[in-house]
Design a protein around this ligand. Structure first.
Ligand SMILES: *Cc1c(COP(=O)(O)O)cnc(C)c1O
Length: 234
């Protein structure tokens, strides 16, 4: 039997740890997004061969190049800072599953216009600055209901699927993590105010995904624990 690659065994190990973390929570589906930024196509294909389909990228140029070179049934997640002048490239990617980093009503409205030609509405998450640090992007927790309302009421080519946070690195060892509690609070507020249910929570990375799953995350974004450390600091 061929030896299993390190990437495949890492993926399996992370999936097992997600399942174990679910014992500390109400059972719910958790999607593992393999964050492949700065990593070569060969690494992505290695994970793909084991059946993995959800991959996350941070840079639009890199995402656009990878989309063109890799299988069309990959379900891409955009998880990087969104510049307004790059929204058009985002809207043109047919197999884009989720844009996780919408951080203003203005960008949602601009992206909505650009998505008019898509076969199906584009799924988005609102990024929330749960730690309210000046340096972090994301919507302030007390403004997120208003932005969600704008998306739901005025953006027919977008679908609000949920919320995302990165959180403070200083909180990543805390259990429970206060950033994740804040995101859950935002979700309840939006669901209550707009009559929605089942919004997703994208929270948890290599250092804190188990805590995030135990706190109800439905979408964890794991990079270095699958593909190894990145050279660039990002
Ligand atoms: C890079 C990145 C990740 C993955 O981080 P790791 O610590 O390598 O798991 C997750 N989410 C976002 C938004 C990122 O930029």
């Amino acid at each position: 039997m061929a030896a299993v690659s390190l990437i495949k065994s890492n993926l399996k190990h992370i999936q097992d740890r997600i399942q174990a973390a679910l014992y500390a929570s109400v059972p719910h589906p958790v999607r593992l997004v393999a964050v492949s930024k700065t990593k070569p196509n060969s690494d992505i294909l290695d994970a793909y061969e084991s059946g993995h389909r959800h991959f996350g990228e941070n840079y639009i140029q890199e995402l656009v190049e990878k989309v063109a070179q890799l299988p069309t049934d990959i379900q891409w997640h955009f998880i990087g800072a969104l510049q307004t002048n790059k929204l058009k490239s985002i809207a043109l990617i047919p197999n884009l599953y989720l844009v996780e980093t919408i951080d203003s009503a203005k960008k949602a409205i601009a992206l909505n216009k650009l998505c008019a030609g898509r076969l199906e509405p584009l799924g988005i998450l609102l990024q929330v600055n749960t730690s309210t640090e000046e340096s972090k992007s994301g919507i302030a927790p007390d403004s997120v209901v208003d932005v969600a309302r704008t998306v739901v009421e005025t953006c027919p080519f977008l679908v609000l699927r949920g919320l995302m946070t990165i959180g403070s690195s200083e909180h990543s060892s805390l259990v429970p993590n206060p950033d994740f509690e804040t995101l859950k609070g935002c979700k309840s507020e939006i669901e209550g105010a707009l009559g929605l249910k089942g919004l997703e929570l994208s929270m948890g990375m290599s250092d804190d995904f188990e805590t995030a799953v135990a706190q109800g995350s439905t979408n964890v974004r794991v990079g270095s624990s699958i593909f190894g450390q990145r050279k660039k600091a990002v």
